[in-house]
Design a protein. Structure first.
Length: 256
């Protein structure tokens, strides 16, 4: 069964020199679809062009990344809304709240997130959530503002077991990637205590490469390392780990 990279920025310039080779290595590693989250209007055209030229292997999302939420976020959201009205997307993402780089526009980030989450629910597609230094904040926001029919994934989940259980209770999935392989990672405890049917795989390439590639550019073929670690912690075979996580991704993203 082909595994699915549910979060990869392969359209960014870090891959311009060897994108075809990267995709070839992904194919050899058994990676099928690669799902591409949007960032903002500066990269929308690049993302669409790369996805269109992939023969269906790369699948685009649409949304406004929280670190791109500034004073003009309403203008950016209009651009997102226009794309959503003209094209079909697999998800709305990457959206959320980021309190690592800057907390200046936290209210704008909250508003932009809720607007896009409601769009996702109304369209019947998942939302892909960025939650850097904001896991509790986002969970509280979702629990306070219950949005009917909303589902999605907390991309690059890095919270506690208690937070993971709250994610599952809200009907969301956990995106697990390279950090699972890190020596001091708490993710092994997390993935043992939540339903296996709530985990999907991702690379977040070119970021967060798994061991033994830390410090280098990440790429979709490295999902194989994540599968190895996941199978070890689940005490199952790599084939079974592939099957479970791929089935989860198909269910969440309604992949054909």
């Amino acid at each position: 069964m082909k595994i699915i990279d549910t979060h990869c920025h392969i359209y960014l310039e870090e891959f311009d020199a060897d994108r075809d080779a990267v995709l070839s290595r992904a194919e050899m590693a058994g990676v099928g679809h690669i799902l591409c989250p949007a960032i903002d209007s500066r990269t929308h055209q690049r993302m669409h062009e790369v996805c269109r030229s992939s023969g269906g292997k790369l699948v685009a999302m649409m949304g406004l990344h929280p670190t791109s939420v500034k004073e003009n976020f309403q203008e950016e959201l209009k651009i997102v809304e226009e794309y959503l009205s003209k094209h079909q997307y697999i998800a709305i993402g990457e959206v959320g709240i980021d309190l690592y780089w800057d907390t200046t526009h936290i209210q704008e980030q909250e508003e932009a997130f809720l607007i896009q989450a409601r769009w996702a629910a109304s369209m019947g597609i998942p939302v892909v959530i960025h939650s850097r230094n904001s896991m509790k904040h986002l969970l509280d926001l979702l629990e306070t503002n219950r949005i009917e029919y909303l589902t999605g994934v907390f991309h690059c989940f890095s919270g506690t077991v208690e937070e993971a259980l709250r994610v599952v209770e809200l009907g969301f999935y956990l995106g697990i990637g390279g950090p699972l392989t890190y020596k001091k990672s708490t993710l092994p405890d997390v993935i043992k205590q939540i339903p296996q049917q709530r985990i999907v795989l991702e690379t977040d390439a070119p970021y967060l490469p798994p061991v033994p590639h830390r410090g280098k550019r990440n790429e979709p073929s490295y999902l194989s390392y994540i599968v190895q670690h996941l199978a070890q912690h689940w005490e199952t075979s790599e084939e079974e780990a592939r099957h479970i996580t791929t089935s989860n991704a198909h269910q969440l993203f309604q992949l054909s």
